[in-house]
Write a protein that binds this ligand. Structure first.
Ligand code: NAD
Ligand code: DAU
Length: 334
């Protein structure tokens, strides 16, 4: 099987490529990636001789079309993915997440190729801390940020192309991923690398916002489950029952690195900051038979802390720039 992995040099896409090469010898991988600031070329370097890598934009039909003409499946991870960036400048989010997905859809339609579209639980908006509800496939879309609204729009485009043009496509909406190769702009790697570089972790607002953490390998195994057994036109929610508030995550990171649990700062809150995400993945588990392997978040987090501790060569080159950029908008709150 020939698979085109868009965004395959980013966090989840690169983990998907590495896992696919390790577990599916029958799959030929081509990566299409624009290599934005979010891509790290060194992640795929060890497997460079086993895959084809094309540098290009999913919104450029002249690049996309010949690649899709010669593949059996497209897995679309390519996106602008960071909420804080989408608040600073939404334009690339509209261009990549909406126009890029549209461009892929038109091409898979022309060539009769299957698409799996990777999306986020943020399309459903947020939940109150004391709300017993979790998101299901039936929850109404209610995105809050420029990032999540462009992802919501991209999902709706996929649904419309299935219904109106009969393309074969599935969608998965996953909760917050953690694990190796995640950019240091994101919450968990930012705090780990802060402690490792002598900077105090930074918590937005009151630190009580809840995210539903899942290990990136569990996410990618679920993506393959949907590719193997999912029904075209359907949406599957991916989550591993990993609800934890941000302060608890920071305290665990500090403890794992031998620092006092209260050695963090509260900083300016994110505008429109979603309070809580929570996924009910019953459908994926009962209809498609997926279960997560990483059921102990503390153990997964400790392994991730260890990965960043032993791979400073992977992140050190971009760390200062990320912190300089955050410092322009975030002040410490006393
Ligand atoms: P990331 O930012 O780490 O990687 C995105 C990749 O896409 C980068 O390699 C980047 O160079 C590439 N890219 C960006 N614009 C492109 C374009 N126009 N053409 C081609 N390539 C382009 O993101 P991630 O965290 O790996 O997320 C991957 C996907 O998973 C995204 O669609 C995101 O919405 C979704 N998702 C992420 C999470 C999470 O917790 N990180 C959770 C659920 C869903
Ligand atoms: O839910 C899935 C989504 O998870 C994905 O669709 C996004 O691509 C991914 O970036 C992530 O979005 P979040 O906004 O939840 O992730 P982020 O890592 O930016 O922040 C996680 C939480 O931590 C959130 O409540 C904001 C908070 N935070 C973040 C940073 C960077 C802090 O308290 N301090 C920080 O320094």
């Amino acid at each position: 099987m020939r698979v085109l992995v868009t965004g395959g040099a980013g966090f989840i896409g690169a983990n998907f490529v590495l896992r696919t090469l390790a577990t599916r010898p029958d799959v030929e991988v081509t990566v299409l990636d624009k290599f934005t600031y979010a891509a790290n070329p060194t992640t795929l370097a060890p497997v460079a001789n086993r895959i084809r890598v094309v540098r290009g934009d999913i919104a450029d039909a002249t690049v996309v079309d010949p690649l899709i003409a010669e593949t059996d499946l497209v897995v679309n991870f390519a996106a602008e993915s960071h909420n804080d960036n989408s608040l600073a400048d939404p334009s690339s989010f509209v261009q990549t997440n909406l126009v890029g997905t549209y461009t892929l859809l038109e091409s898979v339609r022309r060539h009769g190729v299957r698409l799996h579209h990777v999306s986020t639980d943020e399309v459903y908006g947020d939940l109150d801390l004391d709300d017993p509800a979790r998101f299901t496939e039936e929850t109404a879309y209610n995105p809050s940020s420029p990032y999540s609204s462009t992802k919501a729009g991209s999902d709706l485009l996929v649904r419309a192309w299935v219904r109106s043009f009969g393309i074969t496509a599935t969608i998965s909406n996953c909760s917050n991923n953690y694990g190796p190769y995640q950019h240091v702009e994101k919450f968990i790697p930012r705090q780990i690398t802060n402690v490792l570089t002598g900077v105090r972790p930074k918590l937005y607002g009151d630190g009580r916002n809840v995210r539903d953490w899942i290990h990136v390998d569990d996410h990618n195994d679920a993506v393959w489950t949907v590719i193997d057994r999912g029904v075209s036109g359907e949406t599957y929610l991916i989550g591993a029952d990993g609800e934890v508030d941000n302060r608890t995550v920071v305290e665990a990171i500090l403890e794992a690195l031998g620092q006092p649990r209260d050695a963090f700062d509260f900083v300016t809150d994110r505008a429109g900051h979603d309070r809580r995400y929570a996924i009910d993945s019953t459908r994926l588990r009962t209809e498609l038979g997926w279960t997560p392997a990483y059921t102990d978040f503390s153990a997964g987090l400790a392994a991730t802390v260890d990965w960043y501790r032993t791979h400073s060569d992977w992140w050190a080159g971009v760390k200062d720039g990320v912190e300089r950029s955050y410092a322009e908008t975030q002040q410490t709150i006393d």
